[in-house]
Design a protein around this ligand. Structure first.
Ligand code: MTE
Length: 329
C-alpha cells in the first residue's frame, strides 16, 4: 500500500525511520529503549551511552551511564554537540559566545565540593563524585530558551533536584533555594571584569525547585558536562530563561527570603526573579514572541513561535495560579 504524507508518497515496506523525521524517530527510540521495548530486537544500547565509571582526575570527556526518562524527552531535533559547546553564555570566561569554549579549559572540575546548607536538617558538603550517585542518572531532552531570543534542544544528564532536597530535609523556614557558582579568579579570567556582582547567583521558589523538571545536571550527550556548559554540576530549569540555570555550582542554600540574583541585581527592570519563558512579556531590548533555533539559522529558516513556559505549561502552570505574570516577570 502507498500512503501520501506531506505531499510525498511512501511505501509501507520502508523503515519507519524514513517516514518520520529522523530526530523524532531517534528521540522516540531513546524513549522506547528506556522502556526496554527494543531489548528483544538487539537495538537496545544503540544510543551510544557507554557504561564507564569516572576515574580520571579532571573527568573531561568521560562517558556517563544514564537511562532515558521517557517523561522528559522533547521530540524536537537535538542541537548539535558542536553548537551546544561553542555557542555559550558563561561570563566568568568572557562575554562573547565563543569565549567559554576558548577559555574554560582553565576550570578544574575535579576535585569539586558542593555545600548544601541553610534551613535544612542535614547540611552536607558533597564531593561531586558522591553527588553523582544520589540517584540513578537520567537522560532528558529539554528545550533551552535564552532571553536573548535563541534556543537549543539539549540531551542533558542528571537527576531531579528534588532527590537532593529530600535528603537535605528542609525546615519550615526554607522558602527559596539559592544557587551559587564558583568565583575563583585563578580559574575564571572573566571575573576581572566587574560586569556582574560575582559569584553568579540564582534562585528558585521552593515549589519550583521541587518540580520534577528541575534538573541537577552533570552531563550532556552521554558525557560529563564540558567546562563551558558548567562543569561539573549546574542547575537546569527548562521553563525559565536560560540565565536561571546557573553553572559550576559550589553552594545550594535554603533560605527564608527571596535571594538576590545576579541579573536581577544588575538590571531589576530587565530581569525578574521569576523569568518564566513568556511570549507575551517582552524584554526591553528583545521581543520574546519568537526565537531562533540554533542550527536552523539558514537564510530562509523561519523563526519559531516561543511557547508559554517554553512548552512545559502542563507541568508548571499550576505553580503560578492566581499570579500576575506580567508583574512577576
Ligand atoms: N551561569 C554562570 N555561572 N555564569 C553565566 O554567565 N549564563 C547563563 C546560564 N548560566 C551563566 C550561567 C545564561 S545567560 C545562559 S543562556 C545559560 O547559562 C547558557 O547555558 P549554555 O552555555 O550551557 O547553553
Amino acid at each position: 500500500m502507498w500512503i501520501k504524507r506531506n505531499g510525498a508518497l511512501y511505501g509501507d515496506d520502508i523503515d519507519s525511520s524514513e517516514i518520520t523525521p529522523r530526530h523524532v524517530f531517534e528521540n522516540r527510540r531513546r524513549v522506547l529503549q528506556s522502556m526496554g521495548a527494543l531489548a528483544a530486537t538487539g537495538l537496545a544500547g544503540a544510543s551510544g551511552f557507554a557504561h564507564a565509571t569516572l576515574t580520571s582526575p579532571d573527568a573531561k570527556g568521560q562517558k556517563l551511564s544514564a537511562t532515558t526518562n521517557p517523561k522528559f524527552v522533547a521530540l524536537d531535533k537535538p542541537t548539535s554537540l558542536k553548537d551546544i559547546t561553542t555557542y555559550n553564555n558563561f561570563y566568568e570566561f568572557g562575554t562573547d559566545k565563543s569565549d567559554p569554549a576558548q577559555h574554560a579549559s582553565t576550570l578544574r572540575p575535579r576535585p569539586w565540593k558542593v555545600s548544601v546548607e541553610g534551613a535544612i536538617k542535614n547540611p552536607k558538603v558533597y564531593d561531586i563524585d558522591e553527588m553523582l550517585k544520589i540517584a540513578p542518572l537520567e537522560e532528558r531532552v529539554y528545550r533551552l530558551r535564552c532571553v536573548e531570543g535563541w534556543s537549543m534542544v539539549i540531551p542533558w544528564i542528571g537527576v531531579s533536584l528534588s532527590e537532593l532536597i529530600k535528603r537535605a530535609e528542609p525546615t519550615g523556614n526554607a522558602k527559596y533555594v539559592q544557587f551559587i557558582s564558583l568565583a575563583d579568579s585563578s580559574q575564571m579570567p572573566g571575573l576581572s571584569t566587574p560586569i556582574l556582582d560575582w559569584p553568579y547567583s540564582e534562585g528558585l521558589r521552593m515549589d519550583e525547585a521541587m518540580n520534577p523538571l528541575t534538573l541537577l545536571t552533570v552531563g550532556l550527550y552521554g558525557e560529563v558536562l564540558p567546562n563551558q556548559n558548567g562543569a561539573p554540576v549546574r542547575i537546569i530549569v527548562p521553563w525559565k530563561y536560560g540565565f536561571k540555570s546557573a553553572k559550576s555550582l559550589v553552594k545550594i542554600r535554603f533560605v527564608e527570603k527571596q535571594p538576590p540574583t545576579s541579573w536581577n541585581t544588575y538590571a531589576p527592570s530587565e530581569y525578574g526573579f521569576y523569568s518564566n519563558v513568556n511570549p507575551s512579556v517582552d524584554h526591553p531590548r528583545w521581543s520574546q514572541a519568537t526565537e531562533r533555533r540554533i542550527g536552523e539559522d539558514g537564510f530562509f529558516a523561519p523563526k519559531r513561535k516561543t511557547l508559554m513556559f517554553n512548552g512545559y505549561g502542563d507541568q508548571v502552570a499550576s505553580l503560578y495560579q492566581g499570579m500576575d505574570l506580567k508583574k512577576n516577570f
